[in-house]
Design a protein around this ligand. Structure first.
Ligand code: 1GP
Length: 253
């Protein structure tokens, strides 16, 4: 199995570098806004483009990836809201298991259905323990998953869920407040998860300021995901790029 992108993530983590992923929801981007966003992503030294949505109502996934691939060299990673969101045009897929929930379909059912299509598409897979966290509002991700998110103050539940995920052999943990979360995940919860697991931690949902990004990185996030805040202000990604850069280890020291 081709694991190039996951190895790249591991290398970055080993070198003490933080990473930035921009979430592209095909439903929300016309070609003009997408091209503008891509230009800003290149300038901001974004590492990955995540593509997907909790609910997609337009058939524009392939067309969106085609635009991305013809205008950017950034790795395109599917972040699927359902088995409908598999495309051979992407480079990799976050092979998600919703370990915060108790909905068997999203723990293993959809994965069984998706596996042959992913194999056929030749996508790299990144086995991801996906944890939905309640962050002040009820998001589309919460509703569509048919699962209960982890309460925002229950850091021990988050930490033990992540630990179990690591023990099961998952390659990364994605802590998500859901797109458009009222506030980001409490940095203390990220830190609690960081203390329990050594695999890379992805954090997203509700990040709208540099301070929030800084705090999430400081708490132990390896990859930050931002989507909503860039829909109206794509230039904000430049500020996030600077926050990320501030964490790169100085090779001289
Ligand atoms: C959602 O983590 C992503 O799954 C990004 O969230 O759109 O709120 O930035 P936002």
């Amino acid at each position: 199995m081709n694991t190039e992108i996951y190895k790249l993530i591991q290398d970055q983590v080993r070198q003490g570098r933080k990473m930035l992923a921009v979430l592209i929801d095909p439903d929300k981007n016309d070609k003009k806004s997408l091209l503008k966003l891509l230009r800003h992503c290149e300038m901001a030294d974004v590492d990955f483009l995540f593509i997907g949505g909790s609910l997609m109502v337009k058939d524009t996934l392939d067309a969106t990836i085609d635009i991305v691939k013809s205008n950017s060299a950034l790795p395109c990673i599917l972040f699927p809201g359902s088995v409908m969101q598999i495309s051979s045009r992407a480079d990799a897929i976050l092979f998600l298991s919703l370990i915060s929930g108790r909905n068997p379909e999203l723990l293993i059912g959809s994965q069984v259905v998706a596996a042959p299509y992913i194999l056929e598409a030749g996508l790299q897979t990144i086995a991801t323990g996906y944890m939905l966290i309640h962050c002040g509002n009820f998001t589309t991700a919460h509703y569509m998953s048919g699962s209960m998110p982890i309460p925002s103050h229950k850091h021990d539940i988050a930490a033990m869920t992540a630990l179990a995920g690591q023990m099961l052999g998952l390659q990364t943990i994605y802590m998500d407040g859901g797109s458009g979360a009222a506030h980001p995940i409490d940095p203390a919860m990220i830190a609690a998860v960081r203390r329990q697991v050594s695999i890379p931690i992805i954090v997203g949902g509700g990040i709208r300021t540099e301070e929030q990004a800084q705090q999430a990185f400081e708490a132990g996030a390896d990859i930050l995901v931002v989507g909503n805040a860039l829909e109206s202000h794509p230039e904000f990604v430049l500020n996030l790029g600077k926050v990320k850069k501030g964490f790169s280890l100085d090779p001289i020291n």
